[in-house]
Design a protein around this ligand. Structure first.
Ligand code: ATP
Ligand code: MG
Ligand code: ZN
Length: 582
């Protein structure tokens, strides 16, 4: 018998063998036990974390002779045929290779109306459902809207955001998680023991890490290590690094040291070491990006284990290095590396590209003060102009416009950019701000605030538009509840109305904040913190009776055990509470 890859051999045959998705397997188990079944399920999440596995197990659980049961027997004809993909009543469609409407018509629409051939339910498993064409979605939608009673859909996708809202709203959603490094390593260890593979724990951790949250990828990596190393000796970390071509965090940390020291020589030597050891330079760029991403996340949200799936030792490394650079620096490094990575795909001389790229990175940090100076100069100029020109007739909006548009054309800013490096020691010719007559001081102090306020509102609109573009409809909806946006120093503060607690909580999630932060950076080229705040006391006690009533209703709803149960079980968020008769 030939070698069966680990991922296939070790596909869980029972819900309790599925690791890292406890919340989901419990919820599915409960539904099966109580018979409270939905007619459409959607399993979403990253690759190789158990979506297809759970879809097949669920089908088995529904149709097992002894079922519906959370513990299908595995031996009855239904169980066995489902396992071997021969069941007439459990149809699996790979939407990635059957994107068209014809397939949906043939396989689903035409057969859904028929009674199951033998089993309790007709189960349609649609894998990679986001790949369906628009017309296929529309065809599917009709059956989803009025499904025959014996039909159950289980859809799986790695790209939830690509699904139309119409489909989403008709499914019960389960979000599968990326699996933690330790959890993956534990599973690999079980496999290694059963397969009599001798391998150290730290080697397993490293393989688990290479899986990046995917059990399947980790298992494939283990296959690769086994193919590369013999089975006579105990497999160690260096074997893993070698067989997977991993560069490893220690080396990356050294590269980061070189960037920190702004040492182009060290950077060049690192590239030399990589080339000599025969590493793939693109792999290096990707690993370095992943590492910078870790540093960034650690700095922005702290050492969150869920967001930083690395081994303990590596977490310590990240903690040590995460504050070496500002967020602005890190994001700049990151974009440059991303660019390099793309270029390296087609470059004839990848080595030179990476060398020059790294040298550039060591120099990037030094550009920053110049930018700061330019920004400060612009601000001064803006103030100066605002002070000299007659006060604009209208309010803050028009005051805000002038400075934003003009700086490049005014005389002092036209000074050639070659000069700035000496500025820190030798200030530029006195900027007009110093000529301000004293009576203008009050205006001067007020103008920037007015400017930022207007800016912030426009920014909020742009952020919302971006969220829509990036297919984050929920975020966009929740941003509607922002009643004021403003700059507080380096913080971009979003203030939510007193009744918008759910929206505020949603936006305050690390993932959303990180996204907003990045968007803000895209828009302003400035690194800022996103801060959310709930307005507790509506201004001047001007709460309308209606608002007060809504707040009371919301409190009532939030306290209701059924609502709490739904929130707990499904992670639901209370969006809106409507007064009865509304
Ligand atoms: N949660 C898990 N517990 C145990 N093994 C798992 C788990 N997830 C994945 N695996 C292993 O990875 C293999 C592939 O898993 P599965 O097909 O369920 O992934 P998937 O989430 O559907 O991935 P994809 O999105 O790439 O289709 C399984 O055969 C199993 O060996
Ligand atoms: Mg799958
Ligand atoms: Zn059975």
């Amino acid at each position: 018998m030939g070698y069966q890859v680990i991922a296939r051999k070790w596909r869980p045959q029972r819900f309790e063998d599925v690791i890292g998705q406890g919340a989901i397997t419990r919820a599915l188990g409960n539904a099966l036990r109580t018979g409270r079944l939905h007619h459409a399920y959607l399993f979403a999440g990253p690759r190789g974390v158990g979506k297809t596995t759970c879809a097949r197990l669920f089908a088995r659980a529904l149709n097992c002779l002894a079922g519906p049961t959370p513990t299908p027997c595995g031996v009855c004809p239904s169980c066995q045929e489902i396992a071997s993909g021969e069941s007439l009543d459990v149809l699996e469609i790979d939407a990635a290779s059957h994107t068209g409407v014809d397939n949906i018509r043939e396989v689903i629409i035409a057969t859904a109306g028929n009674r199951p051939a033998r089993d309790r339910y007709k189960v349609f498993i649609i894998d990679e459902v986001h790949m369906l064409s628009t017309s296929a979605f529309n065809a599917l939608l009709k059956t989803l809207e009025e499904p025959p009673p014996h039909v159950i859909f289980v859809m799986a996708t790695t790209e939830l955001h690509k699904l139309p809202e119409t489909i989403l709203s008709r499914c019960q959603q389960y979000e599968f998680r990326a699996i933690g490094v330790e959890v993956i390593a534990d599973q690999l260890q079980r496999i290694a023991e059963a397969e009599r593979i001798q391998i150290s724990r730290s080697a397993l951790i490293q393989i688990a890490h290479a899986g990046r949250g995917s059990m399947r990828d980790a298992q494939s990596a283990l296959d690769q290590v086994l193919a590369f190393t013999g089975t006579d000796a105990v497999i160690g970390e260096s074997d893993v690094r070698e067989s997977l071509g991993l560069i490893g965090l220690d080396f990356l940390a050294e590269v980061v040291d070189a960037l920190d020291a702004a040492d182009p020589g060290a950077a060049t030597r690192h590239v030399q070491r990589l080339v000599q050891a025969g590493y793939d330079l693109r792999q290096f760029l990707r690993e370095l990006m992943a590492y910078l991403r870790h540093l960034l996340v650690a700095q922005v949200v702290g050492l969150d284990r869920e967001l930083l799936p690395v081994a303990d030792r590596e977490l310590a490394l990240i903690e040590r290095q995460c504050r070496r650079f500002t967020v602005a620096d890190l994001t700049r490094f990151f974009s440059l590396l991303a660019e390099l990575e793309t270029q390296a795909r087609v470059a004839e001389d990848a080595r030179a590209l990476v060398e020059v790229g790294l040298i550039k990175l060591t120099q990037l940090g030094r550009l920053k003060p110049l930018e700061d100076i330019l920004a400060r100069l612009e601000a001064l100029l803006a103030d100066g102009r605002a002070a000299r020109s007659p006060a604009p007739p209208a309010g803050p909006a028009s005051a805000a416009k002038a400075p934003a548009e003009a700086p490049a054309r005014s005389a002092p800013a036209a000074r050639p950019p070659a000069a700035p490096p000496s500025w820190p020691a030798e200030p530029p010719p006195a900027p007009p701000a110093e000529n301000l007559p004293p009576e203008d001081d009050a205006r001067k102090a007020n103008a920037p605030d007015a400017l930022d306020e207007t800016d912030a509102k426009a920014l909020l609109r742009r952020l919302k538009a971006l969220a829509e573009q990036d297919r984050r409809p929920l975020l966009s909806v929740h941003l509607d509840a922002v009643v004021a946006a403003r700059w507080q120093g380096n913080d971009f503060e979003l203030v939510f109305g007193p009744a918008a607690q759910a929206a505020e909580q949603y936006v305050a999630q690390p993932r959303e904040k990180l996204y907003l932060r990045e968007s803000l950076q895209r828009l302003t080229r400035k690194a800022a913190n996103i801060v959310t705040r709930l307005e507790r006391h509506p201004t001047k006690g001007a709460v309308s009776e209606r608002e007060a009533r809504e707040a009371a209703l919301r409190a009532e709803a939030e306290g209701h055990p059924a609502v709490q149960a739904i929130q707990k079980r499904f992670g639901a968020v209370l969006l809106e509470v409507k007064p009865p008769g509304d």
